[in-house]
Design a binder for this molecule. Structure first.
Ligand code: 5GP
Length: 348
């Protein structure tokens, strides 16, 4: 047994220190980034935010709405091959990832789809990216799809970030346990404070000219700003994008003054009992659910939430004098405030 004494940070443990700036207005900052990929000659330009490949949030309607704002969507993996072929033939798919796990059936479906339509962005996703088998799966994926952008995860440490990049990933997805509907930390005791995971994995990835996507744990626009400050090239959101018109799932209505008002929507982890019942006929005997099911407030059109997120990030950039998103991590100084911030916002 070993104990690491280095402080490890979550978003709530820090604030970003303001810096002298020559920027006159929020409208002077540029939220787009152009990110070159390690294994192909391609690059991508846009606002580097990705809707999570969870079946409530990673929908084709979400992809259309976020794509129009220059952001991305990782489609959930439960669409049929026919639905995926039709979708990836439309221009709306330009900012979308095809998501899959490492199960045989997932690989077969990708084979069927990619014979009919070019798949340019792949998200290879497992809860625990620390297995040899996963590294092998990334390497096979790179061989089969040499020109595709490949995002793979999840991991939380620099050594494994490097291993995945060297195996063929362009973007490593970072986060074990921070998700809003994730119960991994409670069930297993395993995890890593998300901001430190981003900082350490970004450092490792950037040394190899790879990229990282901070996945999970953002609850307010300021957390997204902190993720970029810590070096995240992309940020992936589940819970913050749940509850919108573009999500799948039923809206729960409430009656107020004799009128039916949309009030809440269901949101659940992809390893929750709800998801496993829906897709695998229940929770297998050898495992326990590592996700939960919640109701989130109904929030209307996702474009409004995106405006708030983009507004928050823009404003952070003016506070620290960063004209381009690319400059944010260089201009970020984090101040540790853990205990105080918990008293201000309420500990979770
Ligand atoms: P959020 O933005 O809601 O905090 O986090 C979204 C991320 O949580 C997803 O992208 C995924 O990595 C993770 N996640 C989704 N469902 C589950 C689950 O059932 N269990 C765990 N451990 N993580 C989940």
């Amino acid at each position: 047994m070993r104990i690491e004494n280095d402080p490890k940070l979550d978003f709530k443990d820090v604030l970003i220190r303001p810096k002298r700036s020559t920027l006159a207005s929020r409208s002077n900052v540029d939220l787009d980034r152009t990110l070159p990929f390690l294994h192909t000659n391609a690059s991508w330009t846009g606002f580097p935010l990705i809707a999570a490949n969870m079946d409530v949030v990673g929908t084709m309607r979400m992809a259309a709405a976020l794509g129009a704002l220059g952001a991305m969507t990782a489609l959930h993996k439960h669409y049929s091959a026919d639905e995926l072929v039709s979708f990836f033939r439309t221009p709306e798919s330009a900012n979308s990832f095809y998501s899959l796990g490492i199960a045989e059936a997932d690989q077969e479906k990708l084979g069927v789809v990619s014979k009919q339509v070019a798949i340019r962005k792949i998200c290879l996703d497992v809860a625990n990216g620390y297995s040899e088998k996963f590294i092998e799966a990334v390497s096979i994926m790179r061989d089969r799809h040499p020109d595709a952008l490949i995002m793979a995860g999840n991991v939380v440490t620099g050594d494994m970030t490097e291993a995945l990049l060297l195996a063929g990933a362009d973007i490593v997805k970072v986060g074990i346990g921070p998700g809003s509907v994730c119960t991994t930390r409670r069930l297993t005791g395993v995890g890593y404070p998300q901001l430190s995971a981003i900082i350490e994995c970004a450092d490792a990835a950037h040394g190899l000219k790879g990229l990282v996507c901070g996945d999970g744990g953002c609850t307010v626009p300021g957390d997204i700003a902190k993720a970029y400050g810590g070096g995240a090239d992309f940020v992936m959101l589940g819970g913050m994008l749940a509850g919108h018109d573009e999500c799948d799932g039923e809206i729960v209505y409430e009656e107020r003054n004799g009128e039916k008002i949309p009030a809440r929507m269901q949101f659940y982890g992809m390893s929750s009992e709800t998801a496993m019942k829906k897709y695998a006929g229940g929770v297998a005997k050898y495992r326990a659910a590592e996700g939960k099911t919640v109701e989130v407030p109904y929030k209307g059109a996702v474009a409004d939430t995106m405006q708030e997120i983009m507004g928050g990030v823009r404003s952070m950039m003016t506070y620290i004098g960063a004209m381009k998103l690319k400059e944010v991590s260089k201009r970020t100084t984090f101040i540790r405030v853990g205990a105080q911030l918990n008293t201000v916002f309420g500990a979770d």
